[in-house]
Design a protein around this ligand. Structure first.
Ligand SMILES: O=c1[nH]cnc2cc3nc(NCc4cccs4)[nH]c3cc12
Ligand SMILES: [Zn+2]
Length: 377
């Protein structure tokens, strides 16, 4: 067990939803929390100072990308990822298996690990539980994800069962790998959208956990193209079965609607590229619903994007200016739109936490959903 990680302390709850905290060597993590994705050592288009102003609890880095470029040994030699990207707060690194299957070509997966060709230059690489954790140890992230096999969405049950069994065997190899003193290891649950498979896999994970405790548990294998109703039905039944004394992390999720649904069903941590990706494409997330800033109706609007948002973008600029920047293809469009979408998304989980602490979470959830459905926000 890492010296600095503490168990999850639940501070407030409303049904299965909960507010809480856990300690890392880089500070506390207050939950629920949305974690911005900084795939290649940067949250695209914004500076560390702007990110600090947004105030996320944790940010994400990707083992697959940083292991390929600039290389984990280089980052280690330059003092680790926190120093390299000037982010002093907690960092979580995904383990790379998902990216190998969603980005690289010519993969050959075997018991030992997966051989793949880099999406950058086609060179051949190998990722195993040991290599994934070595990369994450070199990066020096606070939260290390075990290497799992994320099965393709819609894989049939026999295929899922074979994949889960390998993920369990790989988890044991991750458990045996010596990470840094200050690093915590999270296990990843698989099983598609089948509650019985999810529960079986959780049992296998908890058997390992009994001997060597994990610092957190993630729900993997979702947000991979499965119908939203199936993901939600699974979450409603399964998340509550995960240990309550460790953080519960839903990987790759999601939209504001998904975050609120996840929080209602006991999820503590989220990550998704959607807020920053949609920002770059001009879709802005607001308390009244989505705004497509390139729409002509914003051309001469002196209103702020979201009157309820106090981010730098909403405090400083009009919709007309954001509309102009986007239409003109200016770099600043991506930066200002990303600052807002991240502020909105991080702010949503922060507001949910506050509502839980003030024992008004059901009203908060109802009010938030009602406001999202405004005409032409
Ligand atoms: O089972 C998983 N294991 C390890 N990392 C993941 C990351 C994941 N990210 C998504 N969805 C978000 C997406 C991002 C890009 C395409 S889908 N689903 C994910 C599942 C896993
Ligand atoms: Zn804003």
């Amino acid at each position: 067990m890492s010296q600095c990680f503490s168990r999850f302390q639940q501070e407030a709850s409303s049904g299965v939803a909960r507010a809480g905290r856990f300690e890392t060597s880089r500070g506390p993590v207050l939950t629920p929390a949305f974690m911005p994705v900084g795939t290649q050592g940067t949250v695209k288009g914004i500076t560390p100072a702007q990110l600090a102003d947004i105030g996320p609890q944790v940010i994400l880095g990707n083992t697959y990308h940083l292991g390929l470029r600039p290389g984990d040994a280089l980052v280690r030699d330059l003092g680790g990822l926190h120093r390299f990207m000037a982010w002093p707060g907690p960092i979580l690194t995904d383990s790379g298996g998902f990216q190998v299957f969603s980005l690289s070509s010519l993969r050959r997966i075997k018991e030992e690990g997966v051989t793949f060709q880099s999406h950058i230059d086609g060179s051949t690489h190998f990722l195993s539980p040991e290599r994934s954790l070595e990369i994450q140890r070199n990066l020096g992230s606070d939260i290390v994800m075990a290497l799992d096999e994320c099965p393709p969405g819609r894989l049939d049950r026999p295929g899922l069962e074979l994949s889960m069994a390998r993920t369990t065997r790989w988890l044991k190899r991750c458990r045996d790998f010596p990470l840094g003193e200050r690093q915590g290891l999270f296990a990843i649950n698989q099983g598609g959208v089948h509650l019985d498979l999810r529960t079986r896999h959780l049992g296998e994970i908890l058997e390992i956990d009994a001997a060597t405790p994990f610092q957190g548990f993630a729900v993997g294998g979702l947000s991979v193209g499965e119908p939203k109703e199936e993901m939600n039905a699974l979450l409603a039944d399964f998340v509550r079965l995960m240990p309550g004394d460790r953080p519960r992390y839903l990987m790759g999720v999601g939209t504001p609607e998904d975050l609120l649904f996840g929080i209602e069903h006991g999820v503590d941590l989220f990550d998704c590229v959607l807020p920053t990706r949609e920002a770059r494409h001009g879709t802005l997330l607001t308390s009244r619903g989505r705004v497509k800033i390139k729409n002509a109706r914003h051309r001469d609007s002196d209103r702020p994007l979201d009157p309820e948002c106090n981010c730098y973008t909403c405090r400083t600029f009009s919709r007309a200016y954001l509309h102009h920047l986007f239409r003109a293809g200016e770099m600043l469009a991506s930066t200002l739109n990303s600052i807002h979408n991240l502020s909105y998304t991080v702010g949503l989980t922060r507001a949910a936490r506050q509502a839980l602490q003030e024992e008004r979470f059901p009203e908060f959830a109802r009010h938030t959903r009602d406001n999202w459905n405004q005409e032409e926000p």
